[in-house]
Design a protein around this ligand. Structure first.
Ligand code: C2O
Ligand code: CU
Ligand code: CU
Length: 462
């Protein structure tokens, strides 16, 4: 793999909020790329080096200069020009963030190669909640990959000579923290897992089962992309699109001596081997029950007041498009039918609030991510794609659906489902500057489903 810091996932960066971090990402990649580059994609031309890298902190409230702009890549080497120095001020809420490559035109390849890891921002103000900590607070990056018969990492290619790009890459090997079918020894106690879907394109529907009984067991969702929910949400299944995160509490207390499994549909992902309650006859260290008695699931977590729609100064209607180019026999994917290099059209003003509505004209669900900001999901509403395409009119087929309870907190990535208008409300807090928004299916992102946007200084007119 091509990793960051020599492991996959890369080392977990941990920091208290507001302390700030300076990270120097040094490009020491080899001279040849691991996978086939499609030089016909914008930003991956033959005039550019094949091996390039730039790292973005996903979910970080970061100044534009440190955000990892896709065109600000470095090439391998040892001089200062081969590294990217980033300041992450972490002036934001505690949240499960992650870092990953973002290089123009080859992000899907670099990230698939392994360039990603967690960044956990902590806030001492959460301590009174007594959530599981230390060895019982575990980040798990789950992703699919393809392995060749010789066990090496593989990435699919199209059948078109010279144009290897594929619209989606799905692997049949599901890795949890880089391992295939691993297990984790746990105590019969409460645990906090920070789940990240690190796939290029696969959506997961996680559930917890006690095979062979195959019951879908209950767990509690306590946080979404940008931190704690207002209250724990009991669930038996949770969907995570690429780049979405969820923090869950699992209580293993009733399962002493049993094996549970985290699964997604028919995929086995991770086995939990729950220690027996007593330590008799085993050499396992068991935490005495007194130490666990504080483990209760809090009834409330962190207030997340809903932003009223009236707070928005403007609503932008933005389409998600897939256009078949019958001459080139290739699929074009765009945001608002506008390619990456066209002039910037979305220019919100710093500290203003806007509603963005994503009109999904495609047959796919696209996880849409905005850099810099956090937002709330307003609703999703089914509409007539044909009427929109032919007459440009928005005709709804039914009422708007509120987000699921586990989506009610702060988000940075939202599933825009097919034939739905998905609305989010975004306070543009942080910094003025040029950022990006894009689909987080990395094959789509590399093929123009990505646009710059610019936060204008306060007092400007957008
Ligand atoms: Cu996960 Cu543009 O980022
Ligand atoms: Cu991001
Ligand atoms: Cu997409």
């Amino acid at each position: 793999m091509w990793t960051i810091g020599g492991t996959f996932p890369g080392p977990t960066l941990e920091s208290p909020i507001a302390q700030g971090m300076i990270v120097e990402w040094q490009n020491r990649l080899p001279a040849r790329h691991l996978f086939a580059i499609d030089h016909t994609l914008h930003g991956a031309g033959r005039n550019l080096p094949d091996v390039r890298a730039v790292i973005h902190l996903h979910g970080g409230r970061t100044r534009a200069a440190s955000d990892g702009y896709p065109e600000s890549w470095t090439v391998p080497g040892h001089s200062p020009g081969n590294s990217q120095i980033c300041h992450y001020p972490s002036l934001q809420h505690a949240a499960p963030l992650f870092y990953h490559d973002h290089t123009m035109g080859i992000n899907r390849l670099n990230t698939w190669a392994g360039m990603m890891g967690f960044c956990i921002l902590r806030d001492a103000r959460e301590d009174p909640l007594n959530l599981p900590a230390g060895s019982r607070d575990i980040p798990i990056l789950i992703c699919d990959r393809t392995l060749r018969a010789d066990g090496q990492l593989d990435y699919p290619v199209s059948e078109k000579p010279g144009e290897p790009w594929v619209p989606e890459a799905f692997g049949d090997a599901i890795l949890a923290n880089g391992k295939l079918l691993p297990y984790l020894d746990v105590e019969p106690a409460l645990y906090r897992f920070r789940l990240l879907n690190g796939s290029n394109g696969r959506f997961f529907r996680f559930s917890l089962t006690n095979r062979p009984h195959d019951d879908a067991l209950q767990f509690f969702v306590i946080a979404s992309d940008q931190g704690l929910l207002a209250a724990p949400v009991p669930l038996r299944r949770i969907t995570l699109a690429p780049a979405e995160r969820a923090e869950v509490l699992i209580d293993f207390t009733p399962f002493a001596g049993q094996h549970l499994e985290l699964i997604s549909d028919s995929f086995q992902i991770l086995q939990f081997r729950v220690a027996t309650g007593g330590s008799l006859g085993t050499n396992k260290v068991v935490i005495p029950s007194a130490a666990r008695s504080a483990d209760t699931i809090p009834s409330t977590l962190h207030p997340t007041p809903r932003i009223p729609e009236s707070a928005a100064v403007r609503t932008r209607r933005l389409t998600l498009d897939e256009n078949m180019d019958y001459i080139r026999r290739s699929m074009g994917m765009l945001l608002n039918n506008t390619p990456w290099h066209a002039p910037i059209t979305e220019k919100p003003v710093l500290h203003s609030t806007e509603i963005w509505e994503f009109v999904n004209l495609t047959d796919d669900s696209h996880p849409i991510h905005l850099h810099l900001v956090r937002f709330q999901i307003l609703d999703r509403r089914p509409f007539d794609q044909f009427a929109y395409q032919s007459k440009g009119t928005l005709h709804f087929f039914g009422p708007a659906k509120p987000p699921a309870p586990e989506e009610m907190g702060w988000k940075d990535t939202v599933r825009a489902d097919p034939a739905m208008v998905t609305r989010i409300i975004i306070p543009f807090d942080g910094y003025a500057g040029r950022y990006i928004w894009h689909c987080h299916i990395l094959e789509h992102e590399d093929n123009e489903m990505m646009r710059p946007y610019e936060v204008l200084p306060e007092g400007s007119h957008s």
